[in-house]
Design a protein around this ligand. Structure first.
Ligand code: UD1
Ligand code: UDP
Length: 364
């Protein structure tokens, strides 16, 4: 059996690792050790995903917590080194582009342990985005690169990565979505809280470029107030964003609006249900761009770029500047049913993690 250390630290990691953990177990070729770095730790950012996605409890919890980039990255390196020294895995698998991803990849590579990166090759070409640095560094040092969409192949080839290192496996985020879609539907969450089918707007925001800047955050809050004139606005708030909304003094005016529902982060199944029945999703999330395409729901990504262009070229996603007029116009189009029809990108079929398990077992 191949001893595989599977690393998860932040909310989107849990959803991806859930698919990989299951496929690796099912394959019979791997003995998994599930390591939670503790980058995200609130019950609603962490535990609920393990429960709802049927994952085993982590074998190890490193308790890293929050901090500056250097503090968090360094802490993950120090703790993962101790773990790998004690029980050396045959392979270390990291997903996505968060600080826990790059930190663990660096530790393992310097210990000469093969590194697997799932969701490799994505590029926003925006060096101001911390995730872009994490992606470039992780890909540069990984031994096995599993790609989720065609742009990933193009970028890795342009960077001179040998073909033998890369494999277009598909999207593991969508594996979890397909696996839990029926359960998410059965929660009837949107209707149970009185939301009108395809009549409300689902909002998420957590990128530093949007929420850490007072002026941008104010424009964003004003955009939500404008949207609320057209329908209910449902806004499950990331902890980074709730702290910032309080600090800038915007939380009260949003909360006071009868059509705006601000909540804590919500569970995966309930969130999926909200996505399925939304009129329009407005987001800056990576995962939500992909899930809205997989669910064929109109999505506006409020960013100047995306590392997930297949969601625009083939899916239901549109990039948009943070401009209330533009976003309100998109809302009108979506409510009127006047939105492009997407198609499901290649290998977003619920089987990406199985392909990775098979390919990696052969490669090792
Ligand atoms: C991180 C990732 C980002 C990813 C996002 C997913 C990096 C650099 N960023 O951003 O790529 O899109 O996760 O959600 O890795 N906090 C809590 N409770 C928690 C977790 C965080 O209160 O359980 C608060 C803390 O104040 C913390 C802040 O949120 O300082 C930011 O957390 P952090 O993990 O540093 O970055 P995210 O914005 O969550
Ligand atoms: N999500 C959730 N509840 C929420 C918000 C998000 O379950 O309240 C899920 C959703 O599936 C999303 C995923 O968490 O794709 C990743 O979240 P996030 O936007 O934090 O990370 P990103 O994908 O931008 O790195």
């Amino acid at each position: 059996m191949i001893k595989a250390a599977l690393i998860a630290g932040a909310r989107p990691n849990f959803i991806k690792i859930a698919a990989i953990e299951k496929a690796f177990s099912d394959s019979g070729a791997f003995k998994n050790t599930l390591i939670h770095t503790g980058q995200h730790y609130d019950a609603k950012m962490s535990d609920i995903f393990f429960r709802q996605l049927g994952m085993p409890k982590p074998d190890m919890f490193l308790g890293i917590g929050s901090g500056s980039h250097a503090t968090q990255t360094a802490a993950v390196m120090v703790e993962t080194e101790k773990v790998f020294e004690k029980d050396r895995p045959d392979v270390v698998l990291v997903v996505g582009d968060v600080n826990s991803t790059v930190a663990t990849a660096l530790t393992a590579k310097k210990m000469l342990i093969p590194v697997v990166h799932v969701e490799a090759g994505l590029r926003s070409f925006d060096p101001g985005m911390p995730e872009e640095i994490n992606r470039i560094v992780t890909d540069a040092i990984s031994d096995h690169l599993y790609i989720s969409e065609p742009s990933g192949l193009t970028h890795l080839r342009n960077e001179g990565v040998p073909e033998s290192k890369m494999f277009f496996a598909g999207n593991v985020m969508i594996d979890s979505l397909r696996r839990f879609e029926a359960q998410a539907k059965a929660t009837n969450y949107a209707s149970s809280v009185g939301l009108k089918e395809h009549g409300y707007f689902l909002i998420t925001a957590h990128r530093p470029a949007m929420v850490d800047n007072d002026q941008q955050l104010t424009v964003f809050a004003n955009t939500l107030l404008r949207l609320a004139e057209k329908g209910d606005v449902v806004f499950p708030i990331h902890p980074r964003t709730s702290k910032r909304l309080e600090l800038v003094g915007l939380a009260d005016s949003l909360n006071a609006h009868p059509n705006i529902r601000m909540t804590e982060p919500i569970g995966y199944l309930e969130f999926m249900n909200l996505m399925m029945h939304a009129g329009l999703i407005v987001t800056d999330s990576g995962g939500v761009q992909e899930e809205s395409t997989a669910l064929d729901v109109p999505c506006v990504t409020v960013r100047p770029n995306t590392e997930r262009p297949v969601t625009i070229d083939e899916g239901t996603n549109e990039l948009m500047a943070l401009d209330a007029d533009l976003i309100c116009d998109a809302a009108d189009r979506a409510l009127a049913g006047n939105w492009k029809k997407g198609r499901i990108p290649q290998f977003w079929d619920g089987k990406a993690a199985n392909r990775i398990a098979e390919h990696l077992a052969n490669a090792l």
